[in-house]
Ligand binder design. Structure first.
Ligand SMILES: *Cc1c(COP(=O)(O)O)cnc(C)c1O
Length: 479
């Protein structure tokens, strides 16, 4: 669009050099009318904008200009139309367009965590665009359960009798505690009364659910007997929480989950476990620290397990609640269940993700597991070929060995050997910003004054685009 100027509008004249208040009055008088600006905009722009949106935006821009004029600020020619152009352009710009995650943090919460598999993305898009048998049994034509399909898949892979899917794991924990423990007591280890991040704190969630938190043990050591001693007639259950984002080392003890389950079962109480990541694969098979899988928790006697859909499960944002059928029915019947329920797109996405596991193809098909399983040699090769294709390569860009992390509050302190491109620049922060504003956007990390683009968190299909964005930014830096 051609540069716009207020002086080209009817009724406009530049302010003269008389007294300040005269100037101000003139500036105010010279602000064009709403209809004049609307007309001018329609003549000059091809951007589709609804009439009412356009008028309202013009009114807002004019009001701001008027306020400035009244405060004695001169209004430069063109300000109003420039402002209008910026406001209307902002309506078309999307921050949710695809970005390349080169941070080396595989599950980056601020970048939307796990990208889903192609099949999952397709299932979600198709479901969104059509009507589906969400709560109808196609066989009988009668009302059927929303969760039947996912329950069947989870039962096959974890042994859980029944599964309920809600908005996210935070919602899952809140719902489970509200439904099973409101007005009663929940016993939890002092070492697990933790904050997960984003304001999610176990003591606060318990308070919100209406359950009283009975803390047992100490910050570093808790035994099964501590749980047993705290059980009273008011106890609704025992809660075990995965300390996702930190690690306690040294003189520590957490009892074996089977011992805690035994204590709960002896008292005929449910053991609830917030697993956090909720993996279906064993991280230790991939050179990472051992984590209990959902199936292992169920087998150990946990009555209800909650887990995230978009951490190590590698699916869309969701919270999975799985366990004993009678308890899941009770949870499902709580009014909050309706408020926190997952959409048809999410259910289709979770089901499609679970099918990768059911077919035994998860590591090849699910992006987060592909990234975890990537061989360092291959990452080095990819880094070298991206570096090789850069127009302005050495000495600005070098291939370096790096450490990637899982992120998303999963496997704290665990790193995976990785490779990346290091950019040696005078102002790495400025360059990082240029990459963030690139097309596609690229997110890296700054380490020791260098901007690192780590390839373990990048889909190999994005390597060429990544190189192109680096090139474009380097070129504009040189000019
Ligand atoms: C991540 C996490 C949560 C929150 O899960 P969301 O899916 O992000 O809502 C709750 N508990 C634990 C232990 C976690 O690791």
């Amino acid at each position: 669009m051609a540069p716009l100027s207020v002086s080209s509008l009817p009724g406009h004249a530049m302010a003269s050099h008389q007294s300040a208040s005269n100037d101000r009055n003139r500036v105010l008088r010279d602000i064009p009318s709403v209809s004049a600006i609307v007309e001018q905009w329609r003549r000059m722009s091809t951007q589709p904008v609804d009439d009412r949106v356009l008028t309202a935006t013009v009114q807002r821009v004019i009001a701001a200009a008027r306020a400035e004029a009244e405060a004695g600020q001169p209004i430069a020619a063109g300000t109003i139309l420039e402002q209008l152009e910026a406001e209307l352009a902002a309506l078309e710009s999307s921050r949710l367009r695809p970005a390349i995650n080169a941070t080396g943090v595989l599950l980056h919460t601020n970048l939307g965590r796990a990208p889903v598999s192609d099949a999952t993305a397709r299932a979600m898009a198709e479901t969104a665009a059509s009507t589906v048998a969400l709560e109808i049994d196609p066989d009988t034509g009668r009302r059927g359960g929303r969760m039947d399909e996912i329950s069947r898949l989870m039962r096959a892979m974890t042994g859980a009798e029944s599964t309920l899917v809600v908005n996210n794991n935070a919602a899952a924990v809140l719902l489970v505690l509200s439904a099973l423990a409101s007005g009663r007591e929940i016993v939890v280890s002092r070492g697990q009364a933790v904050e997960i991040g984003g304001g999610f704190r176990i003591p606060d969630v318990l308070r919100q659910s209406g359950a009283a938190m009975i803390e047992v043990g100490t910050a570093n050591r808790t035994y099964a007997a501590d749980y047993a001693r705290a059980i009273t007639a008011s106890t609704a259950g025992l809660l075990v929480v995965h300390t996702s984002n930190f690690r306690v080392e040294g003189f520590v003890n957490a009892p074996d989950i089977r011992e805690v389950a035994q204590v709960a079962n002896d008292a005929r109480l449910p053991l609830i476990e917030d697993l956090g990541s909720g993996s279906l694969l064993r991280p230790q098979d991939f050179g990472l620290a051992a984590e209990r899988t959902i199936g292992e928790s169920i087998a150990a006697g946990v009555a209800v397990v909650t887990a995230s859909g978009d951490k190590l499960l590698g699916g869309p944002q969701a919270g999975l609640i799985c366990g004993r059928a009678a308890l899941i029915r009770q949870i499902e019947a709580h009014p909050l269940a309706r408020a926190l329920r997952a959409s048809k797109m999410v259910l289709a996405g979770v089901a499609e993700t679970l099918r990768h596991y059911a077919r035994g193809e998860a590591v090849a098909a699910i992006p987060v597991w592909r990234m975890i399983a990537a061989r360092p040699d291959d990452l080095e090769q990819r880094a070298k070929s991206i570096r090789h294709r850069l127009q302005l390569g050495e000495p600005i860009a070098t291939v370096v060995k790096t450490d990637a992390t899982i992120g998303g509050g999963s496997l704290p302190g665990e790193t995976l050997p990785s490779w990346g491109i290091a950019l040696h620049l005078a102002h790495p922060d400025d360059f990082a910003r240029m990459l963030r504003l690139g097309d596609p956007a690229v997110y890296g990390r700054i380490n020791d004054g260098r901007l690192i683009l780590d390839l373990r968190s990048v889909d190999p299909e994005d390597d060429v685009a990544l190189g192109r964005v680096i090139d474009t930014a380097l070129t504009s830096l040189k000019s």
